[in-house]
Write a protein that binds this ligand. Sequence first.
Ligand code: NDP
Length: 316
Amino acid sequence: MAENENNVEDVVVAGTGPAGLTAALYSARANLRPLVFEGMEPGGQLTTTTDVENFPGFPEGIMGPELMEKMKTQVQRFGARLEMDEIERVDFSEWPYKYWTSMGKEGKTKTLIVATGASARYLGLENELRLRGYGVSACATCDGFFFRDQKVVVIGGGDSASEEATFLTRFASEVHLFVRRDTMRASKIMARRAQDNEKITIHWNTEMTDVLGEKEVEGVAWKNNATGEEGTLDVTGVFLAIGHTPNSKAVVEWLDHDDAGYLVTTPGRTETNIPGVFAAGDVQDKIYRQAVTAAGSGCAAALEAERWIEDKEDGE
Ligand code: NDP
């Protein structure tokens, strides 16, 4: 399939995390010259982490931003066109589909791969954001390993908080869990798992009010919202587990999604309810949320998009 004469792209990819860049890599190698919008956080969530030790192929580990830079270089080598812009609005009422970007560009495409990811929620405290990657993390699976025999705190009371706190007990000497109410939102079985774990101390009605430390986390300040008591806790790791927000705003009015805004795809596939529109990575995955699973679904989306175009053109 050659470059298009009528300014209709074969494949547009929204997002440049592992899902978007892998989709771009496969589409580019299929000679579909994908147009890739980098989004507001080029490289995605991995650019906010430091060492990545669970991406296969890097036995010594690799820094998150470096991994994403390598992926970007790899897709450009095969002719993917990357633009520092993001899709703001789409119209799927007619095919080819129309899109508009935040920098005022308007275009048409035969297929769209939505790989806009999800953003971990942070409390928004100044020192919490400053020390991200230096003890503050939103991913225990990614960073837990670095806290062997250290004390850490997890913020949140949902399934993620429970799962992350439990996971961290494999490494940390003590895990503290700050729950802002007197009960956990997590499912009973997950909450019980955290509550029954001897290494986890649950602090009910407790909110983190500051993160302490100059270059790295040295502790946190807290407040009990029931008693008004305040204090500090010496920890070297702070794990936020207060939910993620899928970045689906631009397409959500057209695509099936759950209450939180995660796009819904056909089970085991990346196709959405709109033919020719595919979703990959964290924007449609609230279970695994790993770089390698995102990359895998990006690959699947590109293969499905390629086949979809072939079938469409065969049928015409
Ligand atoms: P949830 O939205 O379920 O829970 C968020 C938690 O963070 C709540 O306890 C909430 O408190 C707390 N929180 C929110 N904002 C703040 C704040 N500003 N300060 C302090 N605490 C705050 O998110 P999860 O990521 O836990 O789960 C998302 C979805 O993914 C759920 O459907 C969950 O079931 C699913 N999931 C499933 C897993 C599994 O089955 N293995 C593992 C992980 C997630 P409050 O309750 O007071 O609102």
